[in-house]
Design a protein around this ligand. Sequence first.
Ligand SMILES: C[S@@+](CC[C@H](N)C(=O)[O-])C[C@H]1O[C@@H](n2cnc3c(N)ncnc32)[C@H](O)[C@@H]1O
Length: 258
Amino acid sequence: MTPSTTTAAGTAERYLELLKGCLTRVLFVEDEAAYLDYPGGSKALRESRAEGRDWPATAETMIGSARLDNLQSCIVKVLDDGVPGDLLEAGVWRGGASILMRAVLAAYGVTGRDVWVADSFRGLPPPDRDHYPGEMPEDLSIHPELAVSLATVKANFARYDLLDDRVHFLRGWFRDTLAGAPVEQLAVLRLDGDYYESTMDTLTALYPRLAPGGFLIVDDYGAIEACRQAVGEYRRDHGVDEEIVPIDWTGVYWRRRR
Ligand SMILES: C[S@@+](CC[C@H](N)C(=O)[O-])C[C@H]1O[C@@H](n2cnc3c(N)ncnc32)[C@H](O)[C@@H]1O
């Protein structure tokens, strides 16, 4: 649906559509496909970006259009329904999804909520299979592409004029930063740390702070067995039985019962 141009809500939607096109580079996909000499050309790259299947060369997010749309709609829903709390992403890479979080608040003139941006800002830790036997077989700590510095993420927020005192950075391994983070209540909690450890540490530290009516989003549920296992064990051990709703080939969410 083409957003209305004649209302404030329509203007907010157009801004957010434009922003998502920039954050994924879908707006510039022909240029990027030509530059990368992408197999299959711009059509294949557009599909890949829509589904969040590649690690983009320059885009600020790898999660794709469907999962960005889901994030936006979860935030709009908590705003419409008056669900209290801040927004937090654990596992931000270049920051694109967290940038969208701040942009949605800005677009709708929301001043009473903050955005929390949690990452090591140096990539993933080596997998710790002694403590987490269900950990994934791959060692993602060896990928320098996944290590994005705090300075770069801040610069990416600033690029879109969205770096302000409503954005807070939690720097370090989730096991060290999240339990003691000064986050009181969350309306949207987005998990994107790939590993069993990262998923379990985030759920353990923060799910109890998710407000009734708030949304829990898991980026890697379909793609990574270890992540799915952590979610399943946490839900089983804490009596969480809300329906898990698929977003696309990997992302899922559920809404905490009121
Ligand atoms: C797949 S990327 C996140 C993608 C991002 N949400 C986006 O919009 O493109 C995973 C991120 O999680 C971070 N990460 C994973 N496990 C972590 C942990 N245990 N502690 C801190 N950061 C972690 C990595 O540094 C990396 O930036």
